[in-house]
Design a protein around this ligand. Structure first.
Ligand SMILES: O=C(O)CCC(=O)C(=O)O
Ligand SMILES: [Fe+2]
Length: 472
């Protein structure tokens, strides 16, 4: 109860991305108040059925500066289509939002009889309904598997102790595990990753503290349409329903201190900046080491990858998924692939992450000690799709607030993303991708969270590539 009350008070008031007439400061639902939307058939017929030393983040480096990026990781203009999982796009306040919840009968999927007579609806009623409906996804997109429906099909878990012990034999084994995980899943859980639990808890606590603030406070640090950091939510396609979540994007630049000052003008929360910086350094270091393991697993010379790693940097997105009255009809984050090379995700002990395996959704069993690592589109291209960037999504649940911390490790915007020539030679392949820069990719990602790389593909892959070397 306390959690949902908190969230209610934290309702945001983003405008709908899909509605060009929406006011950026509209109250929840205002952007949707029109008969056309309120009475839309769908709404009503819903009966259920690298290098650690790499310098601080810069938009140019990340390529996330262009107007917007989005969902599950990528970015940047809150006013237009989300470029990728990092970018921000505005959406109506996560309905989350208690006060805006739809009538109980609608939550069960039946039309509310009190709303069937258009003539007696007040503007306020219309607003509430419209906001609620904005978070209801069409049947074909609803999650058939809920947040805790785990099976024995699980992403691999890899113990990274070798990064600390420097034991070469153990490292070789880990490299083989990384190769198998990248070939078969595109995702794995890393344990003994070197980021202290206590630090992850401090960052989680900061995220909780921020999202619990009243919306007016959060909007003081709203993401600028031309910027890449600040309060905003993950992207969805303009034509999609809204995600049941909100986000806060942070990068290693002066904005962190600025946000700290705006949110805590009396200087009473120093750990906001401190925990962010400590975490950013550790996550960047880990991502760089994981990239080294991945390159080793490809058994190619690392030279081709150096330019991408040299100025790579990270963008952190805190994702907040409040309890949702209709989790089976909503999505916390729409299916997407990540735009970057590698994502380091902390998801705590509450399930919600789901990944696609052989075309089916699999719920990832949370492991509080582990970080989920996944390959992004950029790395898929560098490996000519030997290692794939796998679609994933976040589902929500009825009772628990979930916060995840997604760290996106990416090359600079100006980087041209080209597969390793050595890998091409050894696999006897030519590149399946046109040449393109990160900037060009991000421009496409804005409107296409899934299958973004199709836009840059010369010939669709008809069969999976085999790994060119022995796999122990
Ligand atoms: O919250 C999650 O489990 C998924 C987050 C995600 O995929 C992202 O932020 O890109
Ligand atoms: Fe993601």
């Amino acid at each position: 109860m306390a959690e949902s009350a908190t969230f209610m008070s934290g309702a945001t008031s983003f405008s709908s991305q899909g509605n060009s007439t929406a006011s950026p400061r509209a109250e929840p639902g205002e952007a949707f108040v029109s008969d056309q939307i309120v009475f839309t058939p769908r709404s009503y017929s819903a009966p259920s059925s690298t290098s650690p030393s790499s310098p601080s983040f810069s938009p140019q480096k990340m390529g996330i500066l262009s107007p917007q990026i989005g969902t599950t990781s990528g970015d940047l203009d809150i006013n237009s289509t989300p470029p990728c999982s990092v970018a921000g796009m505005r959406s109506p306040s996560p309905f989350p939002l208690g006060l805006d919840s739809p009538p109980a009968s609608r939550l069960r999927g039946s039309p509310d009889p009190s709303t069937t007579d258009r003539s007696i609806k007040t503007l306020e009623q219309k607003r509430k309904e419209a906001v609620s409906l904005a978070y209801v996804w069409p049947t074909e997109h609803r999650p058939a598997i809920q947040h805790d429906e785990f099976t024995d099909i699980e992403i691999p878990t890899i113990d990274l102790t070798c990064l600390i012990s420097k034991d070469p034999v153990a490292r070789k084994q880990v490299v083989a595990q990384v190769r198998a995980a990248c070939l078969n899943w595109g995702f794995f859980h890393a344990v003994n990753h070197g980021i202290p639990h206590e630090l992850l808890e401090r960052v989680q606590k900061q995220a909780q503290r921020f999202f619990a603030m009243p919306k007016e406070e959060k909007l003081k640090v709203e993401r600028d349409p031309k910027g890449y950091t600040g309060y905003g939510n993950a992207g969805v396609k303009p034509t999609d329903s809204q995600p049941w979540s909100e986000g806060f994007y942070l990068a290693n630049d002066s904005s962190v201190d600025k946000y700290s000052q705006v949110l805590w003008p009396h200087g009473d929360n120093e750990d906001f900046g401190n925990s962010y910086r400590e975490y950013n350094e550790k996550a960047e270091n880990l991502a760089a080491q994981l990239m080294d393991l991945i390159i080793e697993s490809l058994e190619v010379n690392a030279d081709h990858f150096q330019p991408y790693l040299h100025n790579a940097s990270g963008l952190l997105r805190w994702n907040h998924y409040p309890p949702c009255p209709q989790p089976h009809k909503s999505l916390g984050m729409a299916p997407h692939t990540d735009f970057n090379m590698l994502t380091v995700l902390h998801q705590g002990d509450i399930g919600g992450l789901q990944v696609q395996k052989d075309g089916k959704w699999v719920a990832v069993r949370p492991n509080g000690d582990a970080l989920a690592i996944n390959i992004g589109d950029t790395l898929q291209v560098l490996t000519n799709a030997l290692y794939k960037s796998i679609p994933h999504r976040a589902v929500v649940n009825r009772t628990q607030t979930r916060i995840s911390l997604a760290y996106f490790y990416a090359p600079t915007t100006k980087s041209e993303i080209v597969p390793s020539p050595e890998l091409l030679e050894r696999t006897n392949q030519s590149s399946i991708y046109k040449r393109f820069t990160m900037e060009e990719y991000l421009a496409v990602k804005k409107g296409q969270l899934l299958n973004t790389l199709q836009h840059f593909t010369l010939e669709p892959l008809t069969q999976s590539l085999a790994f060119p070397v022995h796999t122990e």
